[in-house]
Design a protein around this ligand. Structure first.
Ligand code: PLP
Length: 406
């Protein structure tokens, strides 16, 4: 069945509204995505019919909600092709997953002079937690450079790795440049040196099929709200071995086995890493988002988004006086740009008045902005419900900005 974007749009109630009298053109999907009715209904149903504390009660509601929660873990496992169910940990999002690993990994394995490698295109969520850990442990943060096109300098990875390198943490897809990093090349390089790899999949899991077994990453993290699910829920995938070896990053209920005032022993993974009452309703909502994405099929979604990217890149470039940041050969549906020397904030505000929601600023990637010598830019990021007509509106809005500043 061919991909019918107009039918898909019917599933998203928020898209039907107008903004300042114009139909909403939502192009800020890399920040957060809108929710299909199926996710909204699932969350509503949980709250109105099955809400109860998971794992703890023997009563009817508790059993129902626990089953739904654990079914979602299974859906995530299948979605990213993890070998074991207990390799899936629910967190509050990508940021908390990276922070958790940075803390636990730091406690267990990092000493003075040890090194962590990230890249020049990381989101702050994949910079600051490592920096904090390096400060705590007197370790060193190293950075893989990027080219002017926005591609990682892969040849440099081998040179950056030394006997002191303990972990490599990189994004799968850049939230600014759209670059799809060749993780299938990078992970084997790191593994040849016995360096484990964390993949930040916040911008990839909603666009391309992920197979963690094939990819052979050690950790993979992502957020529910960027994949048409609720906010406040995310995933930390880790190979079984790591979840067994690493200490928990939070203490409290659920993550324990036996507690005395002298000593506590911990639960088995994944519960060892799910302290306290988790966002179980969010998790079940995430399960509904996975069902939704799977019903459309990531292949169809990917093809549709790629067509949008090509169409938008062509149309925007034709407008003239546009500088696009991120021209990698393998790109996801994100276009970051500046219009002449017009300030990105001014442009964004004018576009907003035409109903066009784009992101302006540094996109939580200040070092990357510095790399390109800019303060910030404008980002249009596409999702499974965007259309060519919306890109035409985006181009009209860009023209309007140019006219106003002429
Ligand atoms: N990593 C990347 C590549 C992102 O794009 C984002 C969010 O924009 C994050 C991490 C942080 O995600 P969250 O704010 O959902 O924790």
């Amino acid at each position: 069945m061919s991909y019918n974007v107009y039918k898909v749009r019917e599933d998203f109630p928020i898209l039907k509204q107008t903004v300042y009298g114009h139909p909403l053109v939502y192009l800020d999907n890399a920040a957060t995505t809108q929710k299909p009715q199926h996710v909204i209904d699932t969350v509503n149903k949980c709250m109105s019919a099955s809400n109860s504390s998971i794992h703890r009660g023997v009563h009817y509601l508790s059993e129902i909600i626990t089953e739904e929660y654990e079914n979602t873990r299974k859906k995530v496992q299948e979605f990213i092709h993890a070998r074991h169910l207990h390799e899936i940990v629910f967190t509050s999002g990508t940021t908390s997953s990276v922070n958790g690993i940075a803390f636990s990994f730091g406690e267990r394995y990092i000493g003075p002079g040890d090194e962590i490698i990230i890249s020049a295109m990381e989101h702050h969520a994949n910079i600051v937690p490592w920096q904090m850990m390096c400060q705590r442990k007197n370790a060193v943060l190293k950075v893989i450079p990027i080219t002017d096109e926005g591609e990682l300098v892969i040849e440099d990875i081998g040179k950056l790795i030394t006997r002191k390198t303990r972990l490599l943490s990189i994004t799968h897809i850049s939230n600014v440049l759209g670059t799809i990093n060749p993780v299938e090349k990078i992970i084997p390089i790191a593994h040849r040196h016995n360096v484990p790899v964390l993949i930040d999949a916040a911008q990839s899991v909603q666009h391309i099929p992920i197979d963690v077994e094939k990819m052979d990453c050690d950790f993979l993290v992502f957020s529910g709200h960027k994949m048409y699910g609720p906010t406040g829920i995310g995933v930390l995938y880790a190979k079984e071995r790591w979840l067994e070896e690493l200490p928990p990053f939070q203490g409290g209920g659920e993550m324990i086995d036996i507690v005395t005032f002298e000593k506590t022993t911990y639960n088995q993974p994944p519960l060892k890493f799910e302290a306290g009452t988790t966002n179980f309703i969010g998790a079940i909502g995430l399960g509904a988002a996975i069902d939704y994405i799977s019903s459309l099929g990531l292949d169809g979604i990917g093809k549709h988004e790629h067509e949008l990217l090509e169409y938008a890149t062509g149309k925007i470039s034709e407008l003239g006086e546009i500088k696009i940041y991120g021209t990698s050969k393998k790109k996801s549906a994100v276009i970051s740009f500046l219009i002449g020397n017009i300030h990105q904030l001014d442009a964004g505000m004018i576009m907003d008045k035409m109903g066009v929601a784009v992101r302006t600023g540094t996109h939580c990637a200040q070092p990357l902005m510095r790399r390109f010598g800019i303060e910030g830019n404008i980002r249009a990021s596409f999702g499974l419900y965007n259309t060519r007509e919306e890109i035409d509106v985006l181009c009209t809005a860009i023209q309007k900005v140019k006219e106003m500043f002429r």
